[in-house]
Design a binder for this molecule. Sequence first.
Ligand code: WTA
Length: 632
Amino acid sequence: MSEQNRSSEVLLKVQEKYFPPEEIVKRAWIKDYEKLYAESIRDRESFWAKVAEELHWFRKWDKVLEWNFPYAKWFVGGKTNITYNCLDRHVQNGRRNKVAYIYLDEDNNERKITYGELLELVCRIANGLKSLGLKKGDRVSIYMPNTIEAVATMLACARIGVIHSVVFAGFSEGALRTRIEDAKAKVVFTATYTKRRGKKVELLPTVKKAIEGLDFVEKVVVWDRDSEGIKEGEKFVDFYELVKTSKPYCEPEEMDAEDPLFILYTSGTTGKPKGVLHTTGGYMVQTYFTSKVVFDLHEDDIYWCTADIGWITGHSYIVYGILANGVTSLLVEGAPDYPDPGRWWSYVEKYRVNVFYTAPTAIRMFMRYGEEWPAKYDLSSLRILGSVGEPINPEAWHWYYKHIGGERCVIVDTWWQTETGSHMITTVPSYPAKPGKAGKPMFTVEVDVVDKDGNPLPPNTVGFLVIKTPWPSMLRTCWGEPERYEKYWKTIEGVYFAGDLASIDEEGYVMILGRADDVINVAGHRIGTMEVESALVDHPSVAEAAVIGKPHEVKGESIKAFVILRKGVEPSEKLVEELKDHVKKVLGPIAVPEEIEFVEKLPKTRSGKIMRRVLKAKELGLDVGDVSTLED
Ligand code: WTA
C-alpha cells in the first residue's frame, strides 16, 4: 500500500505538458496523432497494409493478420527479405553513395561506410556463411563489439535466412555459453577484443572457454583487429579472409513473412534467459514505421542511437528500422565518458546530429558530471531526443530537455520491450509530452492498466500494464519453450502481460513505474534475480542466495544479494569480493551485486519459495504487506 501512496504523490507532480515547437510540428510525418490513432484502431489491418506497401515484397501477402490466440501471423503468404529493404532498395534508388554508418572508436578513429559498400560487405559475409555450410534456419551467435563488422554480420545472416542470436559483448563466458548452447549455434562470430576506457577487453578467450565441449559449434569466425594472425586451430576462421575470398554479391533469400529473423535472449522471472523469437515481415514493417514517425526521420537527418547491438534497441533502432529508412547513423564503440565526459557531445557537434536516442541512466550520469560538459559544445543541430530502457524521472527529463535539447527539442520517451520488437507507448514529435510519462499508445496498439484479475483500473491507479491486441513486431515464441511464450498471454487471460507496473491519467498518458516481477533493471539492462542467484550458488562457499533490486540514483536500480554461507565458511570482506568476482566471471560486470549481505535465514513461503518482496520491503523500510504465506 505504501508504495502505491508514494506513486500517487509522484503522479501529481507529472502533469505539466510540453508542446512541441512549431517548426517540428510543421515537418512531422504525423500531424494529427489522435485522428490517425482512432482510425488505426478502427481498422488495424488496413493501417499496417498501407505501411507494408512502402516496402519491397517479392510476393505480396494474402492476408494481413491471422490471429489464433495466442499465436499471430502477419502478412501471411508475403515474401520479402529485410536486407533487401535495408540495403538494395536504397542502392537502386539513389542512395548508393550515401553514408549508412559513421563508426567511431574511443580514439576517435572514424570509418564511414556507404549503403553500396555495406551491401557488398554483407553479401561477402553471406557468401562466406554459405561456404561454411550454413543454410536457412541455422543459427549463428554473434559476440562482437558495437561495430560495422557486427552490424554487417547480423545483416549477412538475414540475407540468407540464417537466424542470428546476438550476445552482448559485455557478458561473460557463462552467459555466452548458455546462449550458444540453447540456440545450438553452428557458428560463432567474434572479435579479438573490444576497447573500453582505453583498455582492451579480450573477447576471443571468452568464446574459447564458452564453447569448450560444445561439439555442435563447427566454426568460430574471428575479426582479428590488430592483424596478429589467428593461430587457434582449424575451428577458427579469419573474418576478413572470409570476406576477401567470397564473392561480392549474394542473392537475397526469399523469406516468408513468418520465417524467423533472430533470437535475442532476455531475462525473465524464472529460470534461464528466454530466447525471444522475432520473424521477418511484421518486425520489418513495424520497426521501419516507428523509426520513421517516432524519430521523424527525413532524408538528410543524422541519427544516433547510443545503445549496443547486443540489446533489442540496437537491433531495431540501430540496424533494421533505421536502415529501412535509409538515413545516416552514428555507431559508437566504447564508454560514453571516456576519455572525458564531453565525448558524446563532441560527436553531436562534429556530425551535426539531429536525432539522439539514449537511456535515462546515461542522462543521470551526465547530470552528475555537470552541465558544463554539454555546454562546451554546439548542440543546436538536435531536434528530437529519445529515451528508452527505464522510466525517466522528471528531474532527468528536465535536465535532458534544458542542457542537451536547449529547450528547443522534443523528447520522445519510448516504452517497449525485447518482446514487443518496436515502440509501443510514446508520444510522437508533434504531440505534447509530459515529463516522466511515456505517453500514448502507438498506432493500432491498445493498452490498459488492470488488477491481477484483469479488471481495468480507474485513472491514476497503479496496476499491471497489458496490451490487448496483437501487433506486427510481437515476439512469436520463446525458442524451444512455447509454454513460456504462452505465459505472456495467460498470466492475465487473454491479454499480453508486460511485467511492468503502470498508471494511466485522465488524458490517456501512460506512466511506467518499473517492473512488477523479479526482473531488475540496472542501467537499462534487464537482469533476472534467478540468474544472479544461480551464479552465486554456483560458488563453493554459498548455500543459498536471494537477490533484489534497490533504487539507485544513477543506474535506476542496483543489485543487492543476501547470502547464506555453507557450514563452516566464515563471512569476510575478502569473500564479498570473491563472490562479486565470481558473478562477474559467470555473467558479466553488469550483473555484479553492489552489496552482498551474509544472513542466517531467508524469508520463504511454506512451499520453499524465497519471498523477495519481503526482503525488499525490509531493506527499503516499507510495510512488508501480506506475510500469511511466510514459513515462520
Ligand atoms: C523498461 C528495452 C519506462 C520496462 C527496449 C520494460 C521502460 C523493460 C521504458 C524492457 C520506458 C523500457 N519507460 N520503462 N520508456 N522502456 N522500459 O526488453 O520495464 O531490455 O519492461 O527492452 O525496460 O527491457 P528490454
